[in-house]
Each structure stands twice: as structure tokens, then as C-alpha cells.
Design a binder for this molecule. Sequence first.
Ligand SMILES: NC(=O)c1ccc[n+]([C@@H]2O[C@H](COP(=O)([O-])OP(=O)(O)OC[C@H]3O[C@@H](n4cnc5c(N)ncnc54)[C@H](OP(=O)(O)O)[C@@H]3O)[C@@H](O)[C@H]2O)c1
Length: 271
Amino acid sequence: MEGSMRLGSIGAGHMGGAILQAVLDTGLFTPQRVHISSPVPSELEPYAKRGCRTNRDNVETARNADLILLAVRPHQIQDVLKEIAAETEWKCVLSIAAGVTVASIKESLPNSVAVLRAMPNLPLAYGSGATVMAIPGRDVPNRFFDMTVNMFKSAGKVVYLKEELINAATALGGSAVAYFFRMASVMAGWAEQNGIHPYEALQIINQSMAGASEMLTRSEKTPSELASGVAVPGGTTEAAFQAFDQAGFDEALIAGMNACRDRGIELVSSS
Ligand SMILES: NC(=O)c1ccc[n+]([C@@H]2O[C@H](COP(=O)([O-])OP(=O)(O)OC[C@H]3O[C@@H](n4cnc5c(N)ncnc54)[C@H](OP(=O)(O)O)[C@@H]3O)[C@@H](O)[C@H]2O)c1
């Protein structure tokens, strides 16, 4: 089955597009085995050009797929499930929607449908994703779980967590890349005010972020130990840290992560 499994993507926006790009670039699915539906023609066009089957009809996509990726926004999930339910018997539905639980998806589908939940992030489109997979129920056939893990592993790292931790993990991965982009944006703006052209500034910032990531991955030190190695007493970095402390840097970060996690919980209660 794995070699002939067909993927259906309902929605092809930011995250759906990143996953589609990854599975097509890595050759995990040939374009002929990828069916995509979306109301946005410009989002379908690049996949149609690659040979994928594209249309506006979610029912058609579900009918032609074995593994059905729900790549619409959380509040759109239930409408989509109502639409496609009759075409999902004995298939697998994979949700990446923030906050939407496996239980709430199962309630809207026939009993024979396997449901998987994952929280990927956008760097997946460049082979550097971080995906949290909810540990699946026993009713999920291995072939669907294995294929889903392969999809995400082909474009980055996969971490497995209990489903109840996915909202907290969203604050670390799914959303966290945007914190880094925001930090880069503030730093680039500051650089410009200090006479450094944004192009040069971003080269320095990007490479520093990549270097920090490399050190976090390869050194055996904790993040705090690595920070202390740069922020030596009386030095420039320590001066920056003191200013960060006065401005409430850590508190602001924690408040943002709490808000991110809690929004996931709110989405559960409204879905
Ligand atoms: N973006 C991320 O970094 C990220 C990370 C992890 C998880 N996620 C999850 O991924 C999901 C998609 O997020 P996104 O950022 O990719 O959103 P997005 O860019 O808005 O993509 C959603 C796409 O689905 C389309 N759509 C709306 N209703 C539809 C329907 N009934 N049938 C088929 N397609 C429909 C939308 O079209 P319209 O624009 O016309 O509505 C849009 O093109 C969300 O559930 C989100 O929680 C996102």
C-alpha cells in the first residue's frame, strides 16, 4: 500500500503548501498520487504545473486519497469534515490544525477512519521542519502512521508527545519560528538605524541564528551555559542582558508562549 498510497490535501495555504512542497521535493509521493483542493486557484496552480491533480472540490479530493491532510484553518475543520465524511471510510485523516483534538475529529467521521494529529512548522518547506506528532491511538494502522512520520521526517525532525501536550508544544515549534522572524526583524530595523544596510544586517543575523542553533545542537551545554559563555562579566553582552532584564525580556517571552498555548486551548473549546 505504501508505494501506492495517495495523498489528498484539503487546503494548500502556508502550511499545506509547505508539506506538499516537502513531499513532492523528496519524491515521497509522485505528483500523480497527490490530489489537492482549494478555493484559491493561485494556490493550486504550482501543483497543477508539477502534475498533481487539483480541483475546488474537497469531496473529490477525499474520494481519490487514502491519507487526507486537513490543511485548513481550525475554525474551518468541522465544515470540511461534514463535507467529506462519506468519502473517508477506512482511510486516514491527518490534522495539523492548532487546538483541534483527535476526539473532536473522530466525532464527525465514520468509526472506521483513523485520525492522526501533528503540529509541524514552516521550515519544513526547506527540509528543516520541526514536527510534533501526537502519539496515535491503537486503532491507527501502521501504514498510515509510518507514511505520515516519513512525510515529516523527510523534511526535518519529528518529536512524539502525548496529545494533551501539543498546545504547549505549539509555543515551541509551530509558532516559535515566527518569534525568531520577529526578533530578526527588530534587529534588522535597529541595524538600519545604526547605519548598517538591511542586506548586510540580515546576513549577520541569519548566520548568527544558524550558528547559535548549531551550538545548541552540537555542544553538550545547556542554553543558559552557552549564554554565559558569551555574556562574560563586564562585557558588551552582559550589558545587553542587563538592559533585557530591566525591560522584562524573559517575562515578555513567557507571556507570549502562555498566550500561544492558551489560544490552542480556546480553539479546542470552540471547535
Ligand atoms: N502557518 C503555520 O506556520 C502553521 C504551523 C502549524 C500548523 N498550522 C495549521 O495549519 C492549518 C493551515 O494554516 P495556514 O497557515 O496554512 O492557513 P492558510 O494559509 O490560511 O491556508 C488555509 C487555506 O485553506 C483554504 N480554505 C479555506 N476554506 C477551505 C475549504 N472549505 N476547503 C479547502 N480549502 C479551504 C484557504 O482559502 P481562503 O484563504 O480563501 O480561506 C487557504 O488557502 C491551520 O489549521 C493551522 O493551525 C499552521
